[in-house]
Structures are given as structure tokens and as C-alpha cells.
Design a protein around this ligand. Sequence first.
Ligand code: DLZ
Length: 208
Amino acid sequence: MSDIKGPSPDVRIDGSSLRIAIVHARWNKTIIDALVAGALTKLKEAGVKESNIVVESVPGSFELPLACSRMIAGSHIQVASNQADLLGGLNFGSSGSGIISPKFPSRTGTPAPAAGSNQPFDAVIAIGVLIKGATMHFEYICDAVSHSLMKIQVDTGIPVIFGILTALNDDQALERAGLGRGSHKGHNHGEEWGLAAVEMGSHVRRWS
Ligand code: DLZ
């Protein structure tokens, strides 16, 4: 009997107009590298242009939510200020206090932006590998990071793909990156994260 777990591979989506960010932690680097490579492979297979893929790193998984939040906000502010320039100098996002407040303009009624390095991100993939140690550190970080990433995507309307392995030991993490040490190499979950980013980025374009 075939494995019943995992997403159906049936959905094929053209990612050629999408701009996607990958933000990854550097803890457990061997595993991270494999996961990032898996995600990149699937983004490119779906047609996402290399010039529209941005890869950034942060020290550890705990830093991922802030990085995702700022990258999403930054890319929208950049686009809005470009549009403001075109419209004759609208002061987008300025609150008068000198603080830039991130705004996430709806794309309703506006044509999808042409693919190019200035368009806002259609999705962000957050990649981290948390491996349980002797203390409660793992539980706190897993909990904080998963809740924060969900909040960012719901608050901004930009998909944040949950590319976090929460493993109880090294072998669990290795197998989920296709690097298993025994005869069971496992499967690289980064591939599904790449596909999920393309699918969700494309859906959100249609739903906006
Ligand atoms: C401190 C720490 C520990 C113990 N374990 C991990 C881990 O397994 N995976 C990971 O991505 N990061 C780990 N970190 C680092 C924290 O995520 C964070 O970078 C630091 O606490 C600084 O905020």
C-alpha cells in the first residue's frame, strides 16, 4: 500500500510571475542547506525566475518571525513608494511621527505586478531546524515561532510557509531533509515548502 501521508502532488501552478523570499536560520546548517536546496529546486521547476527569488539568513529560528515580518513590510513599502513616485510624490506610510507604518495595500482592482525585482513578495518561506535538547528551550522556541509565523501571514495576507522542522533528535531532522543515515534516507520537506509557496502565492493573487 502506498504512503497515505503528505500532500497530493496533482496541483501544478505556473510560478513565473511570482516573487518569493526564503529566510533561513543557520543553526543545524547541514540540514538547513538541504532544505533550502529542496525549496529552491521546486520554485525553479514551477517557473519562478532566479531574479525573483531572494534568500536571506538569520542566526537561529527564533529570529525568523521578525525577518519574515520586515521582509514582507519592506517589499510592500518599496513598491508603494515606487507607485507614489509615479503618482507624484504621495507620502506613503508616514505617520507624521517619522515612523514608517507597514501597510499592505490590497491588490483589488490593480493588475498583477509584472515580474521584476521590485515587486512585493508573493510568499515567504521560513526555514529552521529545531532539535530538542536537555532543557525547555526547544518547547519555548517552537511555540513562539510557530504562533508568530501564523500571525504574520494572517495579519499581512502574505503567505508564510512553515518550513520549521521540530525534531526530537538528529535522525528525525536528517530524515526530513532526505539525509537519513541508515537505509531510510527519508524525504526532503523543503520541496513541499517550495511548492506550497508557489501555490499559496498564486492563490492570494487571485483572491486579492
Ligand atoms: C539557542 C538555540 C538552541 C539551543 N537551539 C536551536 C535550534 O535547535 N535551532 C535553531 O534554529 N536555533 C537554536 N537556537 C538559537 C535560537 O533560535 C536564537 O538564535 C537564539 O536564542 C538568539 O535569539
